[in-house]
Design a binder for this molecule. Structure first.
Ligand code: ARG
Length: 441
């Protein structure tokens, strides 16, 4: 049952088997391990370490396990050490003696890196498709609500008027950078074979193209350094880092939506199908989904931190600590996938309360910067303009008088260029937003 054992005089203690076992989670690598083995038997055949007959048998056996896996008929026996040992066992059941040659010139240290890299490429591809679907929803929200203007915030205080679509484009930009980071991590994944346990093997396994179709599978390249290849988990760290950043972005977007759904803001209505209620308060409609997405950023950062701490200080090359890389990696992809599955339709079903949002842009303080810039354009220094308008806004607040109600003579005392007409012109959200030349809309 084990891939090792000859040098041991005693049976492994059950507690050790239980403690070191990983099949309950690394079964997620089954497909990738099988694809790796298909590469490997082709390499062995080229090196004449398999007869054509043995090669055919092994290839057929591996394909048959692969098709059982695809059809959901592969039963996993969780008493095996890991998925790699289990597949070896299954192959022996299927093809008999030739299966004993599968591990020729191969170590699980190399095998596990190869399978994990393929898993990563496959999952980055699937997640990128989900991200693109969400980006499409954000783009369509931006187009649908082009005409809604709103207060922009800094420190969560009214700052200057912006377009609602600016929010969606901001999140689109952030998520585009995330997909670029993921794509970049994928590009750096080089699929190699032949590192053996740490020192390389007696056969050449480079430049081998996979004998079957599939865009996942690249041509094998030569490992530049076998020691590095079996020790390397940078690709996992890069991916988990990209996913932690993505998750932080989704957390911020969720927070904006949670605020907007509150009675205090009242900018949006989240569809009933995407909210939950309270067991005690009958009136409640809570944004739990968005809260959980916001909270998931904690778990995603923890996944990154976990692998960073596991890897820190490990001597080269393989150490069993590295088996602990998989749970945070698998968890990250699973959680991310489920976030996109729920966030995409939630966004698609959001209702924006145009009147409510527009009512906020009558806040005159939003135009203070525009008033100061009017003075600047007419030769006043920015410092003086800032002071003048600051005082004007303070007076309006203290006396509770709208700037639009100030007489020309009062305005003129603040600065001779200020008058009723100027204030009327500048206190206009559309004018304010359109006057900003530095951003592309
Ligand atoms: N299950 C192990 C892992 O995921 C496979 C490698 C075991 N190698 C070893 N030398 N014990 O890391």
């Amino acid at each position: 049952m084990k891939l090792w054992g000859g040098r041991f005089a005693k049976k492994t203690h059950k507690a050790v088997e239980d403690f070191t076992r990983s099949i309950h989670f690394d079964q997620a690598l089954a497909k990738y391990d099988l694809l790796g083995s298909l590469y490997h038997v082709a390499v062995l055949k080229r090196a004449k370490l398999l007869t054509p007959f043995e090669y055919k048998k092994l290839q057929k056996g591996l394909h048959s396990i692969l098709s059982d896996l695809k059809s959901g008929n592969l039963k996993i026996n969780n008493s095996f050490e890991d998925i790699h040992s289990y597949i070896q066992y299954l192959l022996k059941q299927k093809v008999g003696k030739p299966a004993d040659k599968l591990q020729t010139c191969r170590s699980r240290n190399d095998q596990v890196v190869f399978a994990t890299k393929l898993y990563c490429l496959d999952h980055i591809k699937a997640l990128t498709e989900k991200i693109h679907a969400l980006q499409k929803n954000l783009r369509s929200l931006a187009n649908q609500h082009k005409d809604i203007l709103m207060p922009g915030y800094t420190h969560l205080q009214h700052a200057m008027p912006i377009a609602l679509s600016d929010y969606f484009h901001a999140y689109l930009n952030m998520i585009t950078r995330d997909t670029e980071r993921l794509g970049d991590a994928a590009k750096r994944i080089s699929l190699t074979m032949g590192s053996g346990a740490l020192a390389g093997t007696m056969i050449d396994s480079k430049n081998y193209s996979f004998p079957a179709k599939g865009d996942l599978l690249k041509t094998l390249t030569a490992s530049k350094n076998a020691l590095d290849t079996v020790s390397d988990r940078d690709f996992i760290i890069e991916i988990l880092s990209a996913l932690a950043i993505l998750s932080m972005h989704l957390s911020r977007m969720s927070e904006d939506l949670i605020l907007w759904a509150s009675k205090e803001f009242d900018f949006i209505e989240i569809d009933d199908a995407f909210c939950t209620g309270s067991s005690l308060m009958p009136q409640k409609k809570n944004p739990d989904v968005l809260e959980m997405i916001r909270g998931s950023a904690g778990r995603m950062s923890a996944n990154l931190l976990e692998i960073l701490v596991v890897m820190k200080g490990l001597p080269l090359s393989y150490n069993r600590d590295m088996q602990l890389d998989k749970e945070p990696l698998f968890d990250a992809f699973r959680l991310m996938g489920s976030i996109f599955d729920v966030l995409s339709p939630l966004l698609q079903n959001l209702k924006f309360k145009k009147e409510k949002i527009l009512s906020q842009i009558s806040d005159e303080t939003l135009y203070a910067t525009d008033l100061a810039e009017f003075l600047v354009k007419n030769g006043v220094s920015f410092h003086d303009a800032h002071q003048i308008i600051g005082k004007l806004i303070r007076m309006s607040g203290e006396k509770k008088i709208s700037l639009l109600k100030f007489s020309d003579s009062v305005l003129g005392k603040f600065h001779p260029l200020l008058n009723d007409k100027v204030v009327q012109t500048i206190l206009n959200a559309k004018r304010s937003v359109l006057s900003k030349k530095s951003i592309k809309r």
